[in-house]
Ligand binder design. Structure first.
Ligand code: AMP
Length: 314
């Protein structure tokens, strides 16, 4: 993998995080979490009133012939604030910056240096850069989760391409961790295994393991396989333009096609689809408990495809 973050990345991340709060360019809000059991799945809900303060911007239609609509809007990633800037990645391709509206310490973003659309799938270079950002342990003892909210129904608020990184709570098992613990079925496809899923989840999603020390080909082949599955589900349900949630750790990749951003006013992005939901208030937490996370995710995601495994050897 040619792309690598500098060795001192974690030091800069921690130092700049504190400095940016100090000068008030990073708005960090304390939050509390509560676990909700729904069926055999545990969801961790973070209650953060500051979520209501985050700028709202609707992403432009995917694969628009011209992205002038999204470019015309204010793009916070066109000239990242110096107090939030971490380091470049690749010769001319990417920057890493701190999330300005943070509820999780050391939440950072990988952004393309020049404008690329958030409504298109990740490229091979994006995946290599994402992999590079997953290598450092950004918080002691915690794994890192990368996530990409793609398309207007995915929970994205910015249309300039960005992949986000947060530490995964210690001991907490994300949906793809559990899905993979059931094992994978061998396949004649290019990867050698079928994408798997959690049978107890209420929405279509697919997971593939990543081998140790993957090549760029290993990453793009897995992403393309998952994307093909997600596109099949979107097409089956006549969902256009396309939206999906994509997540990645050093162990796996995950994808879930989306139909809408909100259900009963609860906004869900990729973190919610893997088990880490967000609530804007205690009232919204009560609503999530009343409805049940599985029902919310079923309504923002799409139904699982019947007999999918038999029909598609990709
Ligand atoms: P999303 O809402 O998934 O599109 O993610 C956009 C992310 O960018 C959120 O985590 C925002 O808090 C963050 N964000 C918004 N404006 C800025 C900014 N000016 N600098 C850094 N991060 C920002």
């Amino acid at each position: 993998m040619p792309l690598e973050l500098p060795d001192y990345f974690v030091d800069i991340l921690h130092k700049k995080f504190l400095e940016a709060i100090e000068v008030d360019s990073l708005k960090f809000t304390e939050s509390v979490t509560e676990d909700i059991q729904d069926g055999d799945l545990t969801y961790r809900v973070r209650i953060a009133p500051s979520l209501g303060l985050k700028p709202v911007q609707t992403a432009a239609p995917p694969f628009a012939s011209s992205d002038t609509t999204s470019k015309a809007k204010f793009d916070p990633f066109a000239n990242p604030e110096s107090s939030l800037f971490l380091c470049p990645l690749g010769v001319n391709e990417y920057y890493t910056i701190l999330n300005k509206f943070s509820i999780i310490p050391h939440h950072f973003l990988l952004i393309t240096k020049s404008f690329e659309s958030q409504n298109a799938p990740l490229s091979e270079e994006d995946l290599e850069a994402t992999w590079a950002c997953l290598q450092p342990t950004i918080d002691r003892g915690m794994r890192t989760l990368a996530f990409y909210n793609c398309g207007e129904a995915s929970g994205a608020s910015q249309s300039h391409r960005h992949v986000q990184f947060i530490p995964v709570p210690e001991q907490f098992k994300l949906l793809p961790d559990i899905a993979l613990s059931y094992g994978v079925q061998p396949s004649k496809n290019a990867i050698g295994v079928f994408p798997t899923y959690h049978p107890g989840a209420s929405f279509a999603h697919y997971v593939l393991p990543i081998p140790p020390n993957p090549t760029a080909d290993d990453l793009i082949m897995r992403f393309a396989t998952l994307l093909a599955r997600a596109l099949t589900v979107l097409r089956t349900h006549e969902q256009s333009p396309i939206s999906f949630n994509f997540a990645m750790t050093k162990e796996w990749m995950f994808i879930a096609p989306r139909r809408q951003e909100l259900y009963e006013g609860v906004s869900v992005n990729t973190t919610g689809m893997v088990g880490l939901m967000l609530a804007k208030s205690h009232e919204q937490l009560d609503l999530i408990k009343r409805l049940g996370p599985s029902k919310i995710l079923a309504n923002v995601g799409l139904p699982k495809a019947e007999g999918d495994e038999q029909h598609h050897d990709y």
